[in-house]
Design a protein around this ligand. Structure first.
Ligand code: ATR
Length: 472
């Protein structure tokens, strides 16, 4: 229509949608159309943010008419049914070449299915992972769009205008076709789970083995934050640990119920990794760790047995450094596993994913942002065909430097009865890759014994089966 003036529209004026719309409006060259199912929200956002000069619509028809062609709309509504409802409304009104972006936390399988359904109409459907929460949406998120390369020509510059900036580069890249963006966002969240679990275990060890107070641990983390562990998650942990509850004067961590919730993206990562046959123990233990924490009745039942936790072995100051090294080595493993899942997903779903580019767009805006990702990007840029991140020279050196400390920490934790599922699974994973012979040979024997599943030999080619009946 003639009065179409917005180059970009946002559907959904809840917190994420309105923040993203405000971010878009704050950038030179953007005029932003807004729409929400309940018009009161649209009015409120427009009224509270006159500086944004929003083009506000009460109906979906007005909204679509307010968009210049090719029309581009970002959907920021409740995942699932809400997203499907809005996609339908836009699909009925959009024309070939227009672009529908789902910026919500969709499951990548849904994104693949939605894209396949819309593609024949000539309308582009783009699933875009947006990380960074409310603040990221407003000030600059990390954005992981999928969809066609063609749609990215229009969408790329708009997304780049609002993305976080890390070392001069916008934290957005065309991840791959159809569901690639939501897939990579899911893996990001999985890694985030693992990272949080590991930081939690480090805190627990410093508190319950070394005996430091939360305030002291906050200071220890502050020193770590000046080294290779530097990251947003360590940064917020420093603040959380020194926070004192105003009502009781107690450390904040002591007044919070120790039962962790989740919204499901960690579970998706593990489910997907199981399907792909990729070990992601770090993420799995993080998901399970939250699950264990919330089994209050089981925790009470076992505590009622009265089996006392062993007295923690005495440790000296060097323990702090050991924990830092164990944390770093375990973190490297978690990222190695996450990128293995990306590689396997790309292979299975036919995406051409640039691992270095993914690492780079995670340097800003998102929850796992860290200096570390520069080194990770370098590793994949130097050698895109790394068998594992662990073989990249920098990471191999970090593992070498940290290995003994890592073992001491897991041993000490075990002696002290402090659970370290994250540290321990990471170390076992490393050891599994590092040993000459794995007991998988015995498992193959068992499989051949009871199921005639056959085996291969180390000394000659071919497939073999032993007639086990003679051995019983
Ligand atoms: P947040 O977590 O950011 O608060 P959410 O619960 O994920 O938001 O999504 C809420 C948004 O989805 C709202 O904009 C809501 O519209 P209303 O304000 O009218 O409730 C929108 N939404 C949910 N279901 C929808 C549907 N079927 N059609 C259109 N919009 C829908």
């Amino acid at each position: 229509s003639n009065d179409a003036k917005a180059n970009i529209g946002v559907v959904g004026m809840a917190v994420m949608g309105s923040n993203l719309a405000r971010n878009l409006a704050s950038r030179e060259g953007n005029t932003v159309a807004i729409y929400n199912r309940s018009p009161e929200k649209t009015h409120e956002v427009a009224k509270n943010h006159p500086e944004a000069n929003f083009v506000a619509s009460d109906t979906i028809d007005e909204f679509v008419a307010s968009l210049a062609k090719p029309r581009t709309a970002i959907i920021m509504v409740q995942a699932g049914a809400g997203t499907d409802a809005v996609i339908e409304q836009l699909k009925e009104r959009f024309e070939p070449g227009d672009i529908i972006v789902d910026g919500g936390n969709a499951n990548f399988h849904d994104t693949i299915a939605r894209e396949a359904k819309i593609a024949p109409t000539g309308i582009h459907f783009v699933g875009a992972g947006i990380s960074g929460g409310e603040e990221g949406a407003l000030k600059g998120p990390s954005i992981m769009p999928g969809g066609t390369a063609e749609s990215y020509e229009t969408l790329g510059p708009i997304l780049a205008s609002i993305a976080a900036v890390a070392e001069g580069e916008a934290c957005v890249t065309h991840v791959g076709t159809d569901g690639a963006g939501h897939f990579v966002k899911m893996i990001h969240n999985g890694i985030e789970y693992a990272d949080m679990e590991l930081i939690g275990e480090a805190y627990d060890l410093l508190r319950n083995v070394a005996g430091y107070t939360p305030a002291q641990i906050s200071e220890i983390f502050a020193t770590w934050n000046r080294g290779p562990l530097n990251s947003y998650l360590i940064e917020i942990t420093i603040d959380i640990l020194k926070h004192v509850d105003a009502e009781t004067g107690k450390p904040f961590v002591d007044i919070v119920t120790d039962q962790a919730g989740s919204k499901g993206t960690g579970v998706w990562t593990v489910q997907t990794a199981l399907d792909l046959g990729v070990p992601v123990g770090g993420v799995a233990e993080a998901v399970f760790g939250r699950a264990v924490s919330s089994k209050r009745n089981q925790r009470d039942a076992v505590r009622a047995l009265g089996i006392e936790r062993p007295t923690a072995p005495r440790v000296d100051d060097s323990f702090v450094d050991d924990v830092a090294k164990a944390l770093y080595a375990s973190k490297i493993v978690a990222y190695a596993q996450g990128f293995d899942a990306i590689i396997a997903g790309a292979e299975k779903y036919g995406w051409n994913i640039d691992k270095g580019a993914v690492a780079k767009i995670w340097r800003g805006g998102c929850i796992i942002r860290a200096q570390f990702l520069n080194v990770l990007a370098d590793a994949y840029e130097t050698n895109p065909n790394l068998a594992t991140l662990l073989e990249a020279p920098y990471f191999a050196q970090a593992i070498r430097d940290g290995e003994e400390a890592w073992r001491r920490v897991v041993i000490t934790a075990t002696q002290a009865g402090v659970p370290v599922p994250g540290f321990a699974t990471a170390l076992s994973y490393f050891d599994s890759l590092n040993v000459d012979r794995l007991p998988a040979a015995l498992v193959q024997g068992q499989r051949d014994f009871f199921g005639a599943h056959t085996y291969k030999r180390v000394d000659k080619p071919g497939t073999f089966h032993t007639l086990w009946s003679g051995d019983r």
